[in-house]
Design a protein around this ligand. Sequence first.
Ligand code: HMG
Ligand code: MG
Length: 312
Amino acid sequence: SSKNVVNIVEVGPRDGLQNEKGVIPVDVKVELINRLGSAGTRYIESGSFVSPKWVPQMAGTAEVISQMERLPDNHYAVLVPNQKGLDNLFTLLDSYTPSSSQPNPPVNEIAIFTAASDAFSRANTNISIADSLTRFVPVVRAALERNLRVRGYISTVISCPFSGQVDYKQVRDIAKELMDMGCYEVSLGDTVGTGTPASVAEMVEEVKKSVPVENLAGHFHDTFGTGVVNVLTALQHGIRTVDSSVGGLGGCPYSPGATGNVATEDVLYALQGSEYDVSYIDLEKIVDIGWWISEKLARENTSRAGRAVKAR
Ligand code: HMG
Ligand code: MG
C-alpha cells in the first residue's frame, strides 16, 4: 500500500562528491543529477552553499543547480550552513528566469545541519551545537518566507569521531528544536557509520518520544557494513525516508575514516519483494549510474549490488 512507499533521498551529488579527491567538472555533476532523475529518483541533494575553503568540491554548486534538469515534481536541495550561504542562494534564485527548457527554479528546498556532539559541530562548522541552532533560526525563517522547504540534519547521532559515545536524549532534544524551528523533517545522521541494528533502534525510539516518526529520516554511512541492516531497522521502527548514495559514494571530510553512505543500489535491492515500496526507482539504471560515476572519478564502486550485477 502507499503507506509503505519509502522515500529515497539521493545524496550522492552532495555527500558523495564532497569527499572525492580530484576536481570534478561541473558537467559531470550535472549529468549525474540528470541521470538520477531519469532513473526515477524524486529527491536529489544537489550540492552545498558552504565555504569553498572548507569544502572545495562543492564550489561549483551554483553552476550545477543552474544547469541541471529540474523535473517538475521532484525535490532538489542544497546544504546551507549559515546566512551567508542562504544569501548566495537567494542571489542565484533572484537571477533565475523561467524558460521553456527550465521552467522550475534551481532548487525548491534547503538543508541545514548541526550535530549531536559539540566536538564534531566545531570540526564541521566551527561553532557549538547551541550556537548553530541559534544561528539557524533566522535562516530557516527567511527560507520558509521564500517558499523553500527546510530539512534539518543531525550528525553523529550514534557516535562522534572525536568524543565517542553520544547521548540519544541529546539527539532527541536537537531534533525537537529543529522541528520547532520550522524544518519539515530531520535526518538522523550516523556520520561515522558505527551504528548497529540495536543502537539504531534505541536511538530512533528515543527520538520518537519527541518527534513524530513521519518527520524522521535515516542517514547511514556504511563504514562497518551495517548500512543496509540499519536502513531496514529504521523502516521497522516506522521511518519512511532514507538517504543513500549511488555507487556508495561519499563521506564527510570532517569525519576521519568514515566511508560513503549506504549505496542506493544496495537499499533498492534489499527492499525488492518486501513490504516497502521503492519500485518508482529503476534499480538497473541506478546500477549503471553507479558504474558510470565510479569510472568518471576513477574510484572503486563500493555498492555490493552494483558489483554483483556486473559480475553476472
Ligand atoms: P568560518 O571560517 O567560521 O566562517 O566557517 P566565517 O563566518 O568566519 O567566514 C570566514 C570566510 O568564509 C569569510 O570569507 C566568509 O565570507 C566565508 P572571507 O571574508 O575570509 O573572504 N563564508 C562563506 N563562503 C561561502 N559560503 C558560505 C560562507 N560562510 C562564510 N556559506 C562555515 C564557517 C560554516 C562557513 C564553514 O565551517 C563551512 O563551510 N563548513 C561546512 C562544512 C561542510 O560542508 N561539511 C560537510 C557537510 S555536513 C555532512 O556531510 C554531514 C551530513 O551528511 C550528515 C551526516 O552524515 O552526519 C549532512
Ligand atoms: Mg553524511
